[in-house]
Design a protein around this ligand. Sequence first.
Ligand code: SF4
Length: 256
Amino acid sequence: MIATFDNLQKKHPCFAVGAKNNKGRVHLPVSPGCNLFCNFCRRDFNTTEHRPGVAWGIITPEEAVEVVRKAVALCPELTVAGVAGPGDPLATPHALNTFRLLKPEFPGLIKCLSTNGLLLPDRATELMEIGIDSLTVTVNAVDPDLQTRICAGLIYHGRRYTGRAAAELLIHNQLAGIEKLAAAGTTVKVNTVLIPEINAGHVPVVAKTVAAHGAKVLNIIPLLPQHKLSWCSAPGCDLIRQARAAASPPSPTAET
Ligand code: SF4
């Protein structure tokens, strides 16, 4: 049985309210490849940089199980095992194989997976069978014109797509996948990278659209300007606050 949203709020540090300090999560870097070409992403393997897209190395699913064994022994408060990269966890089979291995030995551990969503409709049944409790999908735009400025292209079923065709395919698959998993009871969180020069005014539309497809939480992440988006600015606290306020559903009006 997968964890409910209420359960995640008690046990998952990304959702927990007031309980972040006594719950732990381990990230398992088992997924080497990616099928998107995001303009802000420069993936690398090294031991010197600490930024999104960089990992020290890749481990196998079997090594990941050993890491979890050691982590649980060191930190019994560990409640979550997550796979978020360094590539896309659905682009190669390693993430799902890792969860398949972990499930019988650690049935109580929350299984958390982050994806760009391109392969969600293809993998939805497997994700449900494995019992992924918490799914994060990065959706930066639901307007193809904006999406083409954020992601240069993608590879889908062995074919390369660019421009509007890539943007439309990605958005379609993300929303269809979110809807399918959410309808099956998986808690879906959406990450949106806030890019001041491209999608700042569009975040409320993303919020409304993904909520209509079943997403429970929107997490707005500031852009780290690099790679082909190094010309963009990093959003400051004020802009992030404004984007969060604009994306929040209106508070219920008090009855007078
Ligand atoms: Fe990088 Fe993630 Fe985009 Fe892949 S989906 S290119 S790993 S940011």
